[in-house]
Ligand binder design. Structure first.
Ligand code: GLY
Length: 364
């Protein structure tokens, strides 16, 4: 089992460890009991993950003499709202949870974001551990302490920075992960390769078939590299005031595409299209090397992430969504662009004509 420490400024948050392995459920109980001793634990999960992995986790923890309950809610982004949050909190109270309780988030990004949010506010905060079960949450959202729920006006508008006490990654959870979810994670891994680690990018190029075949040894390596990159960025900029913004590479256009397609384009596909667009803008404005653009687009094609925007998603619609983006400050939309691979920067605004030409160019 691999162990990676996230070192945080102790005036702000406590440091914690990320554990990564294959088929480590038996050891997860020991890690929880050691890193987060509590009178009472509540596993928070969703309607897909709870039936698969909830009982096995519960019985291991109970087998160690720990007091554990489980709460679950309907799976999906649509549940990440204030009414589900209140329903979970009421259930916690019914179960006798108090300040001596701890939460265990067992699921993907929605479960992690919402459980973290509840943990940061329930009884003025209780500790929690993330046990991410999707590829995307294992390489990205479970690390770094961003918690949130969605409001009618937009995604993640109500949230906190609240670090977990640990992140426990069992790669075996990916055995049952649907294809679309797998690609959501893969897009984030490719992102890390492009913005931060050319070695990782090379590793992905070389091992693409084993990754697609979900070879667990290769996946453990990919997840470990991704977690090291993410934790390194979070250590420098826990509160998202600077460097952490580079993690938005591909996401500005990606979110606009997702929304403009009425979420018929998955997050992974949208991010991969967003990254392709950002690379092309970088080539037009900052001389990003054409051969590196080719490598990126070739890898996306081989893994099965498209580089072409579907005709029915209109350029005007994408552009007006970009103007509404929450990361916009004043009238300027901040894009993460690249001078070359491994050298990202936040650009102070891309002319609309360049964006339009780039988006149109991705239809051919
Ligand atoms: N997923 C972006 C971040 O954690 O900052």
């Amino acid at each position: 089992m691999k162990k990676i420490k996230v070192n945080l400024d102790k005036r702000v948050s406590s440091s914690y460890e990320i554990y990564i392995g294959y088929d480590i459920l038996d050891r997860i109980g020991l890690i929880i009991a050691k890193n987060l001793p509590a009178r009472h634990y509540v596993v928070v999960s969703d309607s897909i993950v709870a039936p698969l992995y909830g009982q096995p986790l519960l019985s291991r923890l109970r087998g160690m003499g720990l007091s554990v309950d489980m709460v679950d809610f309907p799976a999906g982004e649509r549940s990440k709202n204030i009414s589900t949050t209140l329903a979970i909190v009421e259930r916690l109270l019914e179960l006798g949870a108090d300040r001596s309780s701890a939460l265990l988030a067992l699921g993907g990004g929605v479960v992690g974001d919402m459980t973290g949010f509840i943990a940061s506010t329930f009884m003025r905060s209780v500790p929690y551990i993330n046990i991410p079960t999707t590829f995307m949450s294992q390489v990205d959202s479970s690390i770094g302490g961003k918690t949130a729920i969605d409001l009618r006006e937009g995604k993640n508008l109500l949230g906190t920075f609240y670090q977990p006490r640990g992140v426990l990654i069992d790669v075996k959870f990916l055995d049952t992960l649907p294809e679309t979810e797998f690609y959501n994670g893969l897009a984030e891994v490719i992102k890390y390769g492009i913005i931060e680690d050319v070695e990782l990018f090379r590793f992905l190029e070389k091992n693409v078939n084993d990754i697609k075949g979900r070879d667990y040894g290769i996946l453990v390596k990919v997840i470990e590299s991704s977690c090291r990159i993410k934790k390194g960025i979070v250590e420098i900029d826990e509160r998202d005031n600077g460097l952490r913004r580079i993690l938005n590479f591909g996401h500005t256009i990606g979110h606009a595409l997702e929304a403009e397609s009425a979420y018929t384009i998955s997050h992974g596909v949208a991010v991969s299209l967003g990254m392709t667009a950002a690379v092309r803008v970088s080539e037009k404005l900052y001389d990003f090397p054409g051969e590196e653009r080719n490598r990126i687009e070739t890898l996306m094609e081989i893994v099965g992430l498209p580089c072409r925007i579907p005709q029915e998603v209109r350029t005007d619609g994408i552009l007006s969504r970009l103007k509404m983006d929450k990361k916009k400050e004043g009238n300027v939309i901040h894009f993460v662009l690249l001078k070359k691979m491994g050298m990202p920067f936040v650009n102070g605004g891309v002319p609309e004509s360049v964006l339009r030409e780039t988006l149109e160019g991705l239809r051919k």
